[in-house]
Design a protein around this ligand. Structure first.
Ligand code: UT7
Length: 326
């Protein structure tokens, strides 16, 4: 009888642009304060891509670090998936741009757009490819330059987002790795969190009077996100027949510290077992979960054999989780 094949994390990497924008910096050009931003969101600073620095640049650097950590060369990759909602170009995909720069030409490469859940969606697809036997070594990246579509005069959104990328190399392994993944979407809520311009609607930013900009009904998104994160965590525990106390680490999407604390409380997890980077990175959308994962791995907090729950929520709405034995 053939053995069950799992997708196992062989290496992680991340990259943040050099420039840091603090809450005090923001309060110089928009009507806000460090006190408001910190108390409502937990964010203290965010990184901003330099002029000319693109999503594929960020994703490439994160990928190189993940491949080094995994000891994997470009020739070994048989699939590259990038979760992003801020691709360099309409096409080719960011995955194709990164593939070429890595020297991995020939393997399959594509993007997944699930807004802030982009990495969890991409990770899930990669898991299915590996479990089915179709792929052996997959590079999964979450990379974003969200500050490129921010209205810097809108204080309800411009204080929240940042740029960054994280990556993992997944390898087929007989040892346990990803145990389960769970994805959901609710397309009926699109106007609560969206960017209303695009290619086939005519690309007419002036009609919406917003430019190519993110629009968000923050408090409504907040309530939905809390419920969705709770329900997908519950679903994950049930699917694996485990108790919340079995989880060693929670890595939630980094949008708002209050959402993170609420999720942790429902799981009865003390905050010292929750990875928090939102204070330093802001909301980096698809970049947030792999950035936090890499930081936790490199700081030595997450150890081999531990049980880790990843969760994300974003525009669409989309949300999802992955439970893995690191
Ligand atoms: O990644 C995808 C998922 N995204 C999320 O999960 C984000 C979810 N939402 C949130 O994180 C929170 O709703 C926010 C941080 C965006 C906002 O916090 P809130 O506690 O929901 O505040 P609010 O939107 O209800 O606004 C409260 C007040 C308003 O003033 P009034 O109407 O009470 O006079 C806002 O105009 O705060 C005002 N406000 C600000 N004041 C200073 C909004 N933004 C700012 C600001 N600085 N930057």
């Amino acid at each position: 009888m053939s053995k069950q094949i799992y997708a196992r994390i062989a290496g992680t990497g991340s990259y943040l642009p050099e420039k840091i924008l603090t809450n005090d910096d923001l309060s110089k050009f928009v009507d806000t304060s460090d006190e408001w931003i910190t108390s409502r969101s937990g964010i203290r600073q965010r990184h901003v891509a330099a002029e000319g620095e693109t999503t594929s640049d960020l994703g490439y650097h994160a990928a190189v670090r993940a491949m080094e950590a995994a000891g994997v060369t470009a020739e070994e990759l048989d699939l590259i998936i990038v979760g992003t909602t801020t691709p360099d170009l309409i096409f080719p995909s960011t995955a194709c741009l990164i593939q070429h720069r890595l020297g991995a030409d020939g393997c399959a490469a594509f993007d997944v757009n699930a807004a802030c859940s982009g990495f969890i969606y991409a990770f899930t697809v990669a898991d299915k490819f590996i479990r089915s036997g179709a792929s052996k070594t997959v590079l999964v990246i979450g990379a974003e330059t969200l500050t490129r579509m921010i209205d810097w005069s809108d204080r309800t959104t411009c204080v929240l987002f940042g740029d960054g990328a994280g990556a993992v190399v997944l390898k087929a392994d007989e040892e346990t790795g990803i145990l389960s993944t769970h994805l959901h979407a609710d397309g009926g809520k699109k106007e609560l969190l969206w960017n209303p311009v695009g290619v086939s609607v005519g690309f007419k930013p002036e009609e919406h009077n917003v430019g190519v900009r993110i629009k968000m009904a923050g408090s409504e998104v907040f309530k939905y996100a809390v419920k969705a994160m709770d329900s997908v965590a519950e679903e994950t525990l049930e699917a694996n027949g485990i108790d919340c106390h079995d989880i060693d680490w929670l890595i939630p999407h980094q949008a708002n510290l209050r959402i993170i604390e609420s999720t942790a409380k429902r799981l009865d997890m003390p905050m010292d077992r929750v990875i928090v980077t939102v204070d330093k990175h802001g909301n980096t959308s698809s970049g947030s979960v792999p950035l936090a994962l890499d930081e936790a791995v490199r700081s030595g907090r997450i150890q081999r054999g531990q049980l880790v729950l990843l969760e994300a929520f974003g525009g669409g709405f989309t949300w999802g989780s992955a439970l893995l034995r690191y």
